[in-house]
Design a protein around this ligand. Structure first.
Ligand code: MEV
Length: 318
């Protein structure tokens, strides 16, 4: 363990939602996967000044010297929540955040920063927190980023394993016995999650029966997707991803750019393709037949205008 006074650095991964986004806000199950190669980092180093959080990449700088604890800034809120749990006061130190997770791309950048902050502060005070504790603290930040988050992002990032998630219940971590060769492709359209979550909420308030039926249909396919993963039936999983994308279109959270990338991936032989996360921009995911095919899909997606392509999940063991 690192003693206080030493420099400590901790990190947290990005994530994708494999299936079930949006319906998960309304109590249905969803499956999320970590993206370990994309990460946010939080480094704490001693300072002669009061405790300060800086994020050079986004130009943020804030002091945590004053109350109230119920800060409106997610970084401050999470840091205060962590300090409260640790029974500590803000140290004379600077916490610096860096991240290679694109912001506003539905890859969980906000939750990853929160998890990294919590881990770094715990390490500074020589403590190891459980994934459940880290997740609960990071959720404080999600409340400010999202409005009504299900908690799936902070959960999959804190556990850094595939999770079966139902709001309000402990997550189930599980293993995928076969490789899941996924390609993650960014439309380049930046859309904060609260926009699409708010749009679904407005639609649900207008026509609850229609939305509840769509959420039930998504829940059924998420259960089928888990069975497909556990029996290594990638063809079936791909079809379920396509179906999930169609339901998300009906929820009006896809976009022309996401639809184009999904069609491109399918035309290039993807077993399935769907938007992932909040939608209206951000990333889509495509399931390849194998690692070599994933490279081909990646090229097709770049040619179709994706600004960033990431290959993931060649191994997905819990
Ligand atoms: C965001 O990654 C997933 C959503 O379902 C929102 C949430 O669950 O909080 C869109």
């Amino acid at each position: 363990m690192d003693a206080p006074g030493f420099i400590v650095e901790r990190s947290a991964c990005a994530k994708v939602i494999l299936c079930g986004e949006h319906a998960v806000v309304y109590g249905r199950p969803a499956i999320a996967l970590p993206l370990p190669e994309l990460r946010a980092f939080a480094r704490v180093q001693p300072s002669s000044d009061a405790f300060r959080i800086i994020a050079p990449d986004t130009g943020r700088s804030l002091y945590l010297a004053q109350r109230p604890r119920q800060a409106h800034d997610p970084l401050a809120r999470v840091a205060w929540a962590a300090l409260d749990l640790l029974g500590a006061s803000p140290p004379r130190a600077t916490l610096t955040i860096r991240s290679n997770i694109p912001i506003g791309a539905n890859l969980g950048s906000g939750a990853a920063v929160s998890v990294a902050i919590v881990r770094a502060l715990a390490a500074w005070f020589g403590r190891e927190l459980s994934p459940a504790e880290v997740s609960a603290l990071a959720y404080e930040g999600e409340l400010l980023y999202h409005g009504s988050p299900s908690g799936i992002d902070n959960t999959v990032i804190a556990y850094e394993q595939p999770v079966w998630f139902v709001r309000g219940q402990p997550p189930e971590v599980f293993s995928a016995p076969a490789d899941l060769p996924l390609v993650v492709a960014d439309t380049g359209v930046v859309t904060p999650t609260y926009i699409s979550v708010g749009a679904v909420r407005a639609g649900w308030e207008r026509d609850r029966a229609r939305y509840e039926a769509l959420f039930d249909a998504i829940a059924a396919l998420v259960s089928a997707a888990r069975r497909a993963i556990e029996s290594a039936d990638l063809a079936q999983l791909g079809q379920l991803m396509n179906q999930n994308h169609a339901y998300l279109q009906q929820l009006d959270v896809s976009s022309p750019e996401l639809d184009t990338l999904c069609l491109t991936a399918r035309a290039a032989g993807a077993l399935g393709a769907k938007m992932s996360g909040g939608g209206r921009g951000g990333n889509m995911i495509a399931l390849a037949r194998d690692a070599a095919h994933a490279e081909q899909l990646a090229q097709a997606l770049r040619d179709a205008g994706s600004v960033r392509v990431h290959l993931a999940f060649r191994k997905q063991a819990a």
